[in-house]
Design a protein around this ligand. Sequence first.
Ligand SMILES: N[C@@H](CCC(=O)N[C@@H](CS)C(=O)NCC(=O)O)C(=O)O
Length: 225
Amino acid sequence: MLKLIVGNRNYSSWSLRAGLYLRESGLDYEEIRVPLFTGNWRDELLKYSPAGRVPVLLDGGNAVWDSLAIFETLAERGGIGWPTDPVQRSRARSLACEMHAGFMALRDELPLNLRARTSLPLDTLSSACRAQIDRIEAILEQELGRSGGPWLFGPLSIADIMYAPVVLRFATYGLSTGPASEQFLRQVQSLSSFQQWLELARAEPETLEFIDQRLPAEQSPLTLG
Ligand SMILES: N[C@@H](CCC(=O)N[C@@H](CS)C(=O)NCC(=O)O)C(=O)O
């Protein structure tokens, strides 16, 4: 059976993507959690993948690491793939790669923290981060406008999986970024796979101070969200 190695479900955005991908693809698999930054997590991860990062897919004796490699591999086996139209497909691939390789300020300043809710004024963010938020809104607005929804290219595709965590970050930090982000957020939250993941995230015992400290002191992520 396929095995998927994931990190902390509350904090790891790449694990979330892979978890959504496998659940939505309806593939039979087992999830193994290695909580990052906890105990001997690094040694534990290195047992599964030389890259030492999550997610990792174990397919018998074969390890597939890095999210896009996992999605491409499983798309060949009936998992969620790309739009069928070649032009749409190349756009979807471009957007997926843009997410995979970029948005660093946004990642640094708005770390994933699914169970937390706070309100972060936009002017506390760097101009690079604000420009990246604007870029996300523009992407979502353009693609949802073009496809008519419910997902970026109509049916759920790898591109949607790539953009799902970013709107969840906007929800955590109470950022009102625009109607397209809000529409896309509602769509992600409507997935039973996401609700299941969130429930597991809420039940995780560990907290990561360097992420939680992004929240005002009086707001504990364990009691909010
Ligand atoms: N390019 C990788 C990124 C994976 C990644 O950075 N995962 C984070 C968790 S979200 C991780 O394993 N961090 C461990 C570390 O920073 O050493 C992918 O697409 O899967």
